[in-house]
Design a protein around this ligand. Structure first.
Ligand SMILES: [Zn+2]
Length: 255
């Protein structure tokens, strides 16, 4: 029992109190994926840049989508703001893809050997409208194959808390819906929906990892839009290649 508990706690040794690393399973060791926690202060206008710098990324190379729950995904090698956009990929190793979320899924993509990576903001709308299918098309147009990527679905609202009402229930296949008889309520498993989409698109299940942490349940650790409403904070997701001379390199690898 004691051994089991120790083993279960081991991955947490990689975590910083302000963010978590999500790239332990990536085959490409250059690609770093990080996710900020509620403890990371975000009340400053430039908090996304501060987060990038703390991670050892070049904040001037941030790709920042202006998210609208769309299925617009761009493959771009120029940093800066991307209007009406919910997903970004790049093959420029200097760039850093970023998003912000509070319940929606941050979906990180890392090519298994090349320095190509991407990040999506996926809520239920993006998912049912086909943001994952769109991502595959965008990758194909740029001569990349989705099956050469590894995916991490980060902390997000899970089936324990993502209740849906009659108005949108028909948008989901029944296999992703959990009906809780006692409560008389329906819940959707968005992570499983995303996993199914990715497998249908040709990815191998072993290359997709999903965080089981629910942003709604974990009140101390994560912001949640559904829980906290309009004034909810946000978590940042970032993926990129760390700058070679970054001072924070040591801190990140030996927290
Ligand atoms: Zn929950």
């Amino acid at each position: 029992m004691a051994l089991f508990m120790m083993a279960k706690q081991l991955p947490k040794s990689n975590d910083n109190p302000l963010w978590m690393r999500l790239d332990s399973d990536f085959s490409n060791p250059n690609i770093k994926a990080r996710f900020s926690l509620k403890s990371f202060p975000i009340n400053l206008d430039n908090s996304r840049m501060i987060f990038a710098r703390k991670l050892g990324f070049n904040h001037q190379k941030l790709i920042i989508p202006i998210q609208t729950h769309s299925i617009n995904v761009t493959f771009c090698n120029k940093p800066g703001l991307k209007q009406k956009c919910d997903g970004v990929f790049t093959s420029n190793a200097q760039n850093v893809c970023s998003i912000q979320v509070a319940d929606c899924m941050p979906v990180f993509f890392a090519h298994y050997k090349e320095n190509v990576f991407g990040l999506l903001h996926v809520g239920w709308r993006g998912l049912v409208n086909g943001i994952l299918q769109k991502s595959e098309k965008v990758l194909n147009r740029n001569k990349y194959d989705l099956s050469d990527f590894e995916v991490i679905i980060g902390p997000s609202i899970q089936k324990c808390c993502f209740e849906i009402k009659d108005d949108i229930i028909e948008k989901f296949h029944s296999k992703f819906i959990l009906h809780k008889i006692k409560l008389g309520k329906d819940f959707v498993d968005l992570q499983n929906y995303a996993l199914n989409n990715l497998v249908e698109l040709g990815m191998s299940k072993v290359n997709i990892k999903t965080s089981k942490e629910c942003t709604f349940c974990n009140t101390e650790k994560y912001h949640s839009y559904r829980r906290d409403g309009e004034n909810a904070g946000r978590m940042f997701g970032m993926i990129g290649i760390e700058e070679p001379n970054s001072k924070s390199r040591k801190k990140i690898f030996n927290p």
